[in-house]
Design a protein around this ligand. Structure first.
Ligand SMILES: Cc1cc2nc3c(=O)[nH]c(=O)nc-3n(C[C@H](O)[C@H](O)[C@H](O)COP(=O)(O)OP(=O)(O)OC[C@H]3O[C@@H](n4cnc5c(N)ncnc54)[C@H](O)[C@@H]3O)c2cc1C
Length: 500
């Protein structure tokens, strides 16, 4: 008997079976558990989570100042009102998620410290077999499930992405990645260089600037930011009027989404005007003498990368106060004492923080096999960025870049629950998405169009990701404003769905 046959035929005595197995207890997985209990009561399910607690991103990241970069009215679930400031700390987000778990008794469905290693589909049994390692005991656990709901996020939680630069080994200071921030790191009075200028750098720098000797943001090229007050005037007014929090949540969400839709549209239609406005806000914080042209004027169109909201312009305040500065240059090499730049300047640093991003984790770094054949994910074609040709009974939650991630997690949860109900009605044990006859000659392209959106972690992983087609069904549109109407209207009896 081969290994795959062994996996496909688990020993029933040692295997637990569930209708649905949810991978991950981050905001998507906890949302999945909520929606299953409310929309599909009676469905048996388990959530397996590698970490020791819930929260995913908000549990893993423990660097100073860790906070959201989008507002919690839309990053929060649609079903639980957010009552705090729009930009929230990781601690506040974890508290909110903890309330969702306890208010809905979801804890009994979640198994922590279970890292899933493999998932094997058997067409004979029409089910997945999942093997997980208990990270506390090393024990292997086995589960079977009719449907896999992949809520593993998009990056590897164990380790962030740090490029290799020459001379790193001779550097005598400390190199730290924000994803594995040592809790005892003492940066008091020290010279710190933060490499990178994304949301993480913009969060971290103001949080440590007052205690450091000096902190320098070293960037190869600038990023767009939106500075603004960490408050929502509409929410504040509605609260003064004693409007119910559930109403406030819904109204403020709609207003934010309406404004974002207009902003996104303008970014495509009149990018220069949008760029002028964004830079104008930065200038207002930094004053007329600051070289905004060099340090805060990106080379790309607004929205090609995620734009971080900077509450109260705190990073700009740090720069203006002289506690922080920006250097726009490229790294030649590390030296004993710091970093030598291509311009010839040397930045001395006691600590270098590499806010250089993530390693993409494709399908949770799980070894997938379909009927004994290892799954080559990049050979599949994506159905709307959530299902994949040749991969039955599985849905992957990948949120929005330009809107809050959770908006899509909620929409996809509705879709899964509807799909499960539909399968039940049709007495189907299996659902696949498949190219229709008219799609057979469709050109297949990389997962995402780099002209549209091109963050480094995605570009580095493009060859591992599924293909997209040229028709809307076979694309990951990343457009909340279209999908909010399109996803609920999907005809589950359409020819792209094959049931058996
Ligand atoms: C610092 C930071 C700030 C961000 N801020 C925002 C923001 O403000 N707004 C926004 O929209 N997005 C933001 N994002 C993007 C963010 O990751 C998502 O919005 C969201 O939190 C992702 O939730 P998730 O549950 O899908 O994935 P994650 O939070 O990544 O959680 C996935 C979970 O799955 C688990 N898992 C993965 N593989 C396995 C496996 N093989 N076995 C078992 N468990 C597994 C992981 O341990 C993890 O707990 C931010 C990201 C970062 C890193």
């Amino acid at each position: 008997m081969t290994t795959s046959e062994t996996l496909a035929r688990p020993d029933p005595a040692q295997t637990e079976h569930f209708d649905v197995l949810v991978v991950g207890a981050g905001i998507s997985g906890v949302g999945a558990a909520y929606h299953l209990t409310h929309q599909r009561p009676g469905t048996s399910f388990v959530v397996l989570e590698a970490l020791e607690s819930f929260g995913g991103t908000w549990w893993t990241h423990k660097y100073p100042g860790i906070r959201s970069d989008s507002d919690l009215y839309t990053f929060g679930y649609r079903f639980k009102p957010w009552t705090g400031t729009p930009i929230a700390t990781a601690e506040e987000i974890l508290k909110y998620m903890g309330e969702v778990i306890s208010e809905n008794d979801l804890g009994r469905h979640i198994r922590y410290k279970h890292r899933i290693e493999s998932a094997t589909w058997s067409s004979e049994d029409n089910r997945w077999t999942i093997e997980a390692t208990r990270t506390d005991t090393g024990e292997t656990c086995r589960f079977t499930a009719n449907f896999l709901w992949m809520c593993q996020g998009y990056y590897r939680h164990s380790e962030g992405y740090t490029p290799e630069w020459p001379g790193m080994d001779r550097y005598t200071g400390q190199i730290v990645h924000p994803q594995s921030w040592p809790q005892d790191l003492d940066y008091t009075g020290k010279n710190v260089v933060v490499i990178g200028s994304g949301a993480t750098a913009a969060t971290l720098i103001p949080a440590i600037a007052n205690e450091c000797g000096h902190v320098t943001m070293l960037q190869r090229s600038p990023t767009y930011f939106i500075p603004g007050r960490n408050a929502n005037d509409l929410a504040d007014t509605l609260r003064e009027l004693q409007v119910d929090e559930a109403w406030i949540h819904e109204i403020v969400r709609r207003k934010i989404l309406f404004d974002q839709a207009k902003f996104t549209q303008r970014s495509f239609e009149e990018p220069e005007a949008v760029k002028r406005e964004l830079l104008g806000m930065v200038r207002a914080y930094l004053g007329p003498d600051y070289d905004v042209e060099t340090h805060f004027t990106p080379r790309y169109r607004p929205w090609r990368q995620r734009i971080a909201f900077v509450p109260d312009g705190d990073i700009f305040q740090g720069i203006r106060a002289g506690k922080a500065s920006v250097v726009t240059d490229e790294i030649e090499s590390f030296t004993e004492r710091g970093i030598l730049l291509k311009s010839g300047e040397e930045l001395q640093a006691d600590i270098v923080v590499t806010a250089t991003g993530f390693n993409m984790n494709v399908l949770g770094d799980i070894n997938f096999a379909i009927d004994g054949t290892p799954l080559v994910f990049s050979d599949t074609v994506t159905y709307r960025g959530m299902m994949f040709t040749g991969v039955p009974n599985l849905l992957w939650v990948f949120g929005y870049f330009r809107a809050s991630w959770t908006l899509r997690a909620d929409l996809l949860a509705d879709f899964v629950c509807r799909l499960l109900a539909h399968m039940e009605k049709r007495s189907a044990k299996r659902v696949d998405v498949a190219l229709r006859p008219e799609d057979r000659d469709m050109e297949l392209l990389p997962w995402i169009d780099p002209e549209n959106f091109n963050p480094g972690y995605l570009m580095r992983a493009m060859d591992l990701l599924p293909k997209r087609g040229t028709k809307p069904e076979w694309q990951h549109s990343q457009d909340y404003w279209r999908e909010k109407d399109e996803l609920p209207a999907i005809d589950l009896d359409g020819p792209e769905f094959v049931y058996s």
